[in-house]
Design a protein around this ligand. Structure first.
Ligand code: PEP
Ligand code: MN
Length: 254
């Protein structure tokens, strides 16, 4: 894999300095896409994401030629970010959205997919993360819902982020153990690119490197990895974010 198949960035966008340092590092390393959660509902109430406060920094990153991706939990997340990035002089074509693992209301998924078609630049892609439970039919069903809403296959990609550990074999103590075989079946059945999110599978930096090694046996089409300039101060998922040295280590092994 080369760096052009990597998506890097913090779990949550926390400041302009944080997001723009990620854009600068991505540019230096020829990584075309950065990620960052703007809307972050959590297991318990607390930091919930900066939402559109981040739009000027996102616009700045898009002007640098970097694509910025975030999870859309509601249809308005798509429309409002596109509009705010435009108002801030950003490049609306350099945006990307994904359906998150816990966003499993098919009607909302369909409405998000429709907004991608009505409001986004034709270059904008919608990625689909698998649901938390290991049901292959459900994963394929999300793809069907998005496709039926009018999104063409060239604007869809999938991401495997592991499944809830409850009731699953989990000898390596992963946060959300992977099912690489299922991911490959879903890739084959849909004909869509399948990326891997080793961060939410592994849950710790060392586990992330283990997952990346294990996944080498399978033809994933890219990696989405959480990276933070200083993981020790991260507001969400601090334990699993790589720092920039870890990122160099990752690039050296993929
Ligand atoms: C994320 O990527 O920010 C995220 C919340 O992941 P998941 O939906 O896989 O838990
Ligand atoms: Mn995260």
């Amino acid at each position: 894999m080369n760096p052009s198949t990597l998506i890097i960035g913090p779990c949550s966008v926390e400041s302009g300095a944080q997001l723009l340092s990620m854009a600068v590092v991505a540019k230096e390393k020829h990584i075309p896409i950065i990620r960052g959660g703007l809307w972050k509902p959590r297991t318990s109430p607390g930091f919930e994401g900066l939402g559109l406060v981040a739009a000027p920094w996102v616009a700045e990153a898009t002007k640098m030629g970097i694509t910025f991706g975030t999870e859309a939990l509601l249809p308005d997340h798509v429309s409002s970010l596109i509009e705010a990035v435009g108002k801030n002089g950003g490049n609306q074509a350099n945006l990307l959205f994904w359906l998150g693992s816990r966003n499993q209301n098919h009607m909302i998924q369909v409405d998000i997919a429709r907004r991608i078609m009505t409001d986004a630049d034709p270059k904008v892609i919608l990625m689909i993360k698998n649901q938390p439970w290991g049901d292959e039919k459900h994963w394929l069903g999300i793809v069907d819902h998005v496709t039926n809403a009018g999104v063409p296959p060239e604007r869809i990609a999938l991401i495997h982020r592991g499944f809830s550990p409850y009731g699953r074999e989990n000898p390596d103590g992963m946060r959300n153990p992977a099912d690489f075989e299922m991911a490959m079946r879903v890739k084959d059945k849909t004909g869509l690119p399948m990326l891997l999110d080793p961060s939410h599978i592994g849950g710790t930096v060392e586990n992330i490197f283990r997952v990346v090694e294990q996944a080498k046996l399978f033809p994933f089409d890219g990696l989405m990895v959480e990276v933070h300039p200083d993981p020790s101060v991260a507001q969400t998922d601090a334990k699993q974010q790589l720092d920039f040295d870890d990122l160099d280590r990752l690039i050296s092994i993929i």
